[in-house]
Design a protein around this ligand. Structure first.
Ligand code: ADP
Ligand code: MG
Length: 344
C-alpha cells in the first residue's frame, strides 16, 4: 500500500514536471517583439523573460488603446466624438475620459500651447501622410478658429465627451502613446518582470532595472542625423524617456522643414528655435504631453512647466547645436557628439 502511494505520488510529480516543461517550451522565450501600431513601430523587450503569452497580452492592450483613441480610424470612440462635434455628447470608454482629462490639464498649464483639439489643423497640414502640403492662409485661419480646448466638454457623470462646435476634432497623437506605454509597463509589473524596455516609436518606458542592478542607457536621437544616431546617452532607472522633435514626421518644401508639432497660436509648425525636447518622468502620459507642450512653448516657458511637475526633468536641443537641461536630467546625461555644446 505504502509503496503504491509513493509510486503514484512520484508519477504525479513527473507528470506535473512534464506538463510544466511542455507548457514553457510551447511559450518560446523571446528577447523582443515588435509590431506596427499607434502609427509607429512599437518594440517591447522583456530580456529573456518574455513568454509569447505576455508579449501577446501587451500588444493586445496597445492595439486596444489604438482602437479607442486613434483619430485616423473610423469607428474609434474618438472618431465618434469628432463625428458628433457640434451635435451631441458621445458616451466613451472611461480610459478615453482619463486621457482627455490629462490632456486638458496640460492644455491649461501650457496656456494652450498643448491642445488636444488641434485636429482640424493636423488634418489640414496632413504631415506624415501622402497629402501633406503647405495650406493657404485662409484655410489655416479657418482651421485655427476651430481649435480651442475650452470648447471640449468632459462630463464624468454621464461618461461623455462633447466638442461644442461643428468641425472641431480631437487629436491625441501627442499623449496616447504615453498612456499606452504606461499600460504596457503596468502589465509588465503585474507579471513581476524585473526590467523591460517599452519603445513606442521613441516614446520609451525603461521599466525597472537592467540585469545586475544597472541603469538603462537610453540614446537621445540626434535630430539632424539618421535615425539611430545619438547625441548622447541618458542613464535612468524605472523612468520614462520621451522626445518630441522636428525629425519624427515632417514635410520638406524648398529646403524648409515643416514638422508635425503645430502652434495653436499661429497655425504653423511651432518655431521656437528647438530641435527636440526630451522629458524624463515617472509616468509616460505626463512625459508625452510635456514633451509636446514644452516643444511648442519653447525653452523658457517649457522649462518652467516641466519643473512644475514632480519627478519630471528635461533636455532641450537647440537649432544652434547647444543643449540645456534641468539639473536632474543633465546629471544622468553623457554627451557623445562633440558637435553639440552643453550650456549651463
Ligand atoms: P510623436 O508623434 O513624435 O511622439 P508628439 O508626442 O510630439 O510626437 O505628438 C505630435 C502629434 O501630436 C502630432 O502628430 C499631432 O497629432 C499632435 N499635435 C501637434 N501639435 C500639437 C499641439 N500643439 N498640441 C497637442 N497635440 C499636437
Ligand atoms: Mg507628445
Amino acid at each position: 500500500m505504502m509503496f503504491y502511494k509513493f509510486f503514484t505520488l512520484k508519477r504525479g510529480f513527473f507528470f506535473i514536471c512534464f506538463l510544466f516543461f511542455t507548457v514553457t517550451n510551447g511559450q518560446t522565450i523571446r528577447a523582443q517583439e515588435s509590431e506596427f501600431t499607434l502609427g509607429t513601430v512599437c518594440v517591447v523587450n522583456l530580456y529573456e523573460r518574455g513568454t509569447n503569452e505576455l508579449y501577446r497580452k501587451i500588444f493586445r492592450r496597445i492595439r486596444e488603446i489604438e482602437e479607442i483613441m486613434s483619430a485616423n480610424r473610423a469607428g474609434t470612440d474618438l472618431d465618434r466624438v469628432n463625428k458628433q462635434a457640434g451635435i451631441m455628447p458621445v458616451h466613451v470608454r472611461e480610459e478615453l475620459l482619463y486621457v482627455v482629462e490629462r490632456a486638458l490639464v496640460y492644455a491649461q498649464s501650457s496656456g494652450g500651447a498643448f491642445d488636444p483639439t488641434i485636429g482640424p489643423l493636423v488634418n489640414l497640414w496632413g504631415i506624415g501622410g501622402d497629402a501633406a502640403h503647405i495650406p493657404g492662409e485662409k484655410a489655416i485661419q479657418d482651421a485655427l478658429s476651430l481649435v480651442n480646448w475650452r470648447d471640449l466638454i468632459v462630463d464624468r457623470q454621464a461618461g461623455t465627451l462633447f466638442l461644442k462646435r461643428p468641425g472641431m476634432a480631437l487629436d491625441l497623437g501627442a499623449i496616447a502613446k504615453g498612456y499606452a506605454a504606461d499600460e504596457a509597463a503596468r502589465i509588465i509589473k503585474e507579471a513581476r518582470i524585473p526590467g523591460a524596455i517599452v519603445d513606442l516609436g521613441g516614446n520609451v518606458f525603461a521599466y525597472g532595472e537592467k540585469e545586475g542592478s544597472k541603469p538603462w542607457r537610453i540614446g537621445i536621437q540626434d535630430p539632424l542625423e539618421n535615425r539611430g544616431t545619438f547625441v548622447g546617452i541618458l542613464e535612468v532607472r524605472n523612468k520614462t524617456v520621451v522626445t518630441s522633435g522636428v525629425y519624427e514626421r515632417f514635410l520638406q518644401v524648398g529646403g524648409k522643414r515643416y514638422h508635425h508639432i503645430l502652434s495653436p497660436q499661429t497655425g504653423y509648425p511651432a518655431d521656437t528655435g528647438l530641435l527636440s525636447v526630451t522629458i524624463i518622468a515617472d509616468r509616460s502620459i505626463d512625459a508625452d504631453a510635456l514633451a509636446t507642450a514644452a516643444f511648442a512653448l519653447g525653452y523658457h516657458a517649457g522649462r518652467i512647466l516641466v519643473e512644475s511637475v514632480g519627478g519630471a526633468a528635461a533636455i532641450f536641443l537647440f537649432e544652434n547645436k547647444t543643449i540645456r537641461g534641468t539639473a536632474p536630467a543633465m546629471a544622468n546625461f553623457s554627451l557623445y557628439n562633440q558637435g553639440y555644446r552643453i550650456l549651463p
